[in-house]
Design a protein around this ligand. Structure first.
Ligand code: EPZ
Length: 420
């Protein structure tokens, strides 16, 4: 099992390119099932989760290839199966996003329930409620969701009980081929959902309002082929900005969309970072200063993203002052706290969703273990700032969401080694 060895105390300095967004590439790949193709997807990140999604499409009988420009070419002409097996879904819950497209285009789908994960139970009740409203017959047996539709799905108004990114995406995709118009109320506004809507429209869908809490989809008979460039990964970008903030460094990120990071940039400025932005770049200069503590409340977009909570826990662990962090999206997303305390962080948990962080002057290296994707990135940030060399175990979690992390950190002067 690979580990990362990180020598702490080096201020990050340099410029790197941000990869395509994992959380846009995954629903877009699932959405390619809606068209016979050819569909060309560029700027898809080379991550384990993306590979898993491509494997899933292939096991459904879809032609998926990587061309010489590293673009993913998909042609979902005739499928050999409509079943997404537990073996794949359990490793990557975004596999559940094939449910809506399979049902809409082929009238049937059998997808394993994704089950819970480290950060919470993560039910899919909103996905199923919405698909039933669109006319699907849904049964859940032996850990699988079996969905059928007699003829086309029928567009309607769907009021979602809570904001769910995956639920919004599954229903938006299913509605593209329904007869009539669907309106999703209380829909997720995340940029990745906007990117998915733009991708679907490139294939001839009629999606509008994506990025607001009411998305309207006018059903069409079929989608054609097309191409799309995946948006930049705002969470990868935010993570490297925090890396610069906790090491007192100065970094420049290329190929990013600053407007998708508003709440994060605001918090970094409150913490004392000097942030400048252009159309497709962000620069952060900490000029050797120690960060100031900043309170965090996670909420759906455009609020502060839950995927950046763990990273700001690290910033606060080293900041001047005391901060409160409230995790309002997932019920168990403080797994990084126990590991961070091994490095000397002063963090008090109050129940499952609130942490009070008292900043300390320094963290000290110790062996730690990654537990989930964003928790592992917060440990990398802590290791970059800690005194001594930290070894992080189970870093397969990191490889799920951060493309070539040791190369990118190395380009900014960090001393990071992957050891088996
Ligand atoms: C997406 O997960 C992201 N994953 C997550 O990123 C991200 O943290 C999350 O959205 C929130 O922004 C991908 O895009 C692949 P949700 P998703 O449905 O769609 C509850 C990362 O680190 N809920 O918006 O699964 C659910 O339990 C990952 O890159 C229901 O109750 O998130 C959770 O508490 C982690 N019923 C809350 O809603 C449902 O039917 C938000 O979940 C659906 C969700």
């Amino acid at each position: 099992m690979d580990k990362l060895q990180i020598e702490g105390g080096i201020p990050l300095k340099g410029s790197i390119r941000i990869s395509g967004a994992k959380n846009a590439a995954l629903p877009i790949l699932a959405g390619s099932l809606l068209s016979a193709g050819p569909v060309t997807i560029s700027n898809s990140p080379h991550l384990h989760d993306v590979t898993t999604m491509i494997e899933l499409l292939a096991c459904l009988g879809v032609d998926v290839t990587l061309n010489e420009n590293m673009q993913v070419e998909v042609a979902a002409k005739n499928l050999s199966s409509f079943r997404a097996p537990y073996e794949l879904v359990k490793t990557m819950r975004a596999s559940f996003l094939v449910l809506g497209p399979l049902l809409a285009r082929f009238g049937e789908a059998e997808v394993s329930l994704p089950g819970g994960c480290a950060i919470g139970s993560r039910p899919v009740d909103q996905h199923l409620k919405g698909l039933e409203a669109l006319g699907a017959d849904i049964s859940v047996t032996d850990g699988y969701v079996r969905a059928r539709s007699n003829g086309r799905l029928v567009g309607c108004d769907v009021h979602m009980d809570l904001v769910t990114v995956g639920g919004t995406q599954n229903l938006m995709m299913a509605a593209t081929l329904a007869s009539g118009t669907t309106r999703l109320f209380n829909a997720a506004c995340e940029p990745e959902t906007v990117d998915l809507g733009n991708f679907l429209n490139a294939l001839g869908a009629k999606v509008s309002g994506h990025g607001t809490s009411t998305i309207e989809i006018e059903g069409v008979d079929a989608l054609h082929g097309g191409s799309h460039r995946v948006m930049p990964d705002r969470v990868e970008a935010g993570t490297y900005l925090v890396a610069a903030a906790v090491t007192g460094g100065h970094v420049h990120l290329r190929d990013v969309e600053p407007e998708t990071l508003g709440a994060v940039l605001d918090k970094l400025q409150q913490a004392g970072a000097e942030v400048t932005v252009g159309d497709d770049w962000i620069a952060l200069d900490m000029a050797g200063r120690r960060a100031r503590a900043v309170d965090i409340e996670t909420s759906p977009y455009p609020g502060f993203p839950t995927d950046m909570q763990a990273q700001f826990m690290t910033l606060n662990a080293l900041a001047e002052g005391t901060a409160t962090i409230n995790e309002n999206i997932f019920e168990n997303r403080f797994m990084h706290v126990h590991e961070m305390k091994r490095l000397g962080a002063d963090i008090e948990l109050h129940g499952q969703s609130m942490a009070v962080v008292q900043g300390v002057k320094e963290l000290r290296a110790a062996p730690v273990m990654a537990t989930d994707l964003r928790a592992s990135s917060s440990l990398v940030l802590a290791a970059l700032a800690a005194v001594g060399t930290t070894t992080i175990d189970r870093i397969y979690h990191i490889d799920r969401g951060y493309e070539t992390i040791e190369e990118k950190l190395g380009q900014m002067g960090a001393k990071v080694r992957r050891v088996s």
